[in-house]
Design a protein around this ligand. Structure first.
Ligand SMILES: Cc1ncc(COP(=O)(O)O)c(C=O)c1O
Length: 397
């Protein structure tokens, strides 16, 4: 048994047991309601600040209705991978919708955003190539790079001088170089400096991949993400993303030139060797795209809530780091205090997530808040009162 339960496994099990014994373990609590602005956690209603369901579309009646109709027609899954029987009419419509939304030639769907990143990178890079990744990119990009077998260099977060120097140092040494960024950083809520990245990429003949996970539906005047935000329709060679945030659903995509998408379709193992995205998810995401255009009030309200919360947290004395978006970190900078603070706000009625080592360095420990369009002013004010009370008790403000 010691082969499986070695020192490393035991150490993790013991640290989790210790946090549970102290009653400050707040990961993966049982939820018994839809993901809305209020959510039932361990049987009690709390204000929901833990989700990425920024627009609240996961339980919007039109999304639920579209999903219900697809469920009746197609059942719970396709019974196959996309190149077998896993491409329904809804998959085709969704691919077309994504390509249109990003003004690209074609798109391919994956069963998750994580798989989309693996596929996008493994289908682009291999031995003899180089991935240049921002130090704060999502784990799915890092894992895609590992899977591809290419070389990897990290540059300082959103630091154009460092990226420029790295591009200069590695020029002429690789077949292809790919710069990979998150459009909006998932733990910090800041935005990739695409204009500067594009200028460097053009100068050094590098490719750009943007991970649109937290930007689709969120930034850009029509919620079309980073390229729309900076009015740079040709700002990236490869655009990948997920439906788990803007639609509150499941699934991922890559969009770009038609030949590249055909290539991915026949080489990306995360696409070929995995069951197809369930049609019910395609229907839900198609409905979410419609909402983005037909009910712009959600996008507007989301940003009103973001501005109100960021301003109010700052005037209470909280440090929200570099956030400019619905991803708002409350920087606590101490793992123990982050866990205690999260437990304290949970007991008072706010459900949020502590982010500690190994997700971030101990000195970067924080509580991550996800703002929703459906948060009412009352939700925000109650939550701010709770943050203030718990923050004062723990000496954070
Ligand atoms: C930046 C980023 N990329 C990719 C993913 C993966 O997406 P999915 O949840 O659809 O697997 C996430 C999810 O947390 C993310 O935050």
């Amino acid at each position: 048994m010691h082969l499986l339960i070695n020192a490393e496994v035991r150490q993790m099990a013991e640290s989790v047991a210790l946090l549970r014994a102290r009653d400050i373990y707040t990961y993966g609590l049982e939820v018994s309601s839809a993901c809305n602005h209020r959510v039932r956690v361990n049987g009690v209603e709390r204000i929901n600040f833990i989700s990425n369901n920024y627009l609240g579309f996961s339980s919007h009646p039109r999304v639920v209705e579209a999903a219900g109709m697809a469920l009746q027609r197609y059942g719970v899954g396709t019974g196959g991978s996309p190149l077998m029987c896993g491409t329904t009419t809804l998959h085709t419509r969704l691919k077309e919708k994504i390509a249109e939304a990003y003004q690209q030639e074609a798109a391919v769907l994956f069963a998750s955003g994580y798989q989309a990143m693996l596929g996008a990178i493994q289908g682009t890079l291999g031995r003899g190539d180089l991935a240049l990744i921002d130090q704060l990119v999502h784990r799915s990009i890092v894992d895609g790079v590992i899977l591809s077998g290419c070389d990897k260099r990290m540059w300082l977060h959103n630091d154009m001088e460092d990226l420029g120097a790295l591009l200069a140092r590695t020029g002429g040494k690789y077949k292809r170089r790919l710069i990979a960024v998150d459009s909006v950083y998932s733990m910090d809520g800041d935005i990739a400096d695409l204009p500067a990245i594009k200028a460097l990429a053009d100068r050094h003949e590098a490719l750009i991949l943007v991970d649109e996970a937290h930007s689709l539906g969120v930034i850009g005047p029509r919620g079309r993400g980073l390229l729309e935000h900076f009015a740079l329709p040709e700002g990236a060679h490869i655009i990948a993303g997920t439906f788990s945030k803007f639609a509150g659903a499941v699934g991922g995509f890559v969009t770009g030139p038609a030949d590249f998408i055909t290539h991915l379709t026949h080489t990306a193992s995360a696409f070929i060797f995995s069951a197809s995205l369930p049609p019910v998810q395609c229907a839900a995401v198609l409905a979410a795209f419609q909402l983005l255009d037909e009910e712009p009030q959600w996008h507007r309200q989301l940003w009103e809530n973001v501005r109100y919360l960021l301003d109010s947290l700052a005037s209470l004395g909280f440090d929200t780091g570099r956030s400019q978006t619905p991803v708002i970190p409350l920087m606590i900078r101490d793992p123990e205090k982050a866990m205690l603070f999260n437990k304290s706000i949970l007991e008072r009625g706010v459900y949020a997530s502590p982010v500690v080592h190994p997700a971030v360095a101990p000195a970067e420990s924080r509580i991550r808040l996800g703002v929703m369009a459906s948060h009412t002013r009352e939700d925000l004010d109650i939550a701010l009162g709770i943050f203030q009370k718990s923050g004062k008790e723990l000496g954070l403000i």
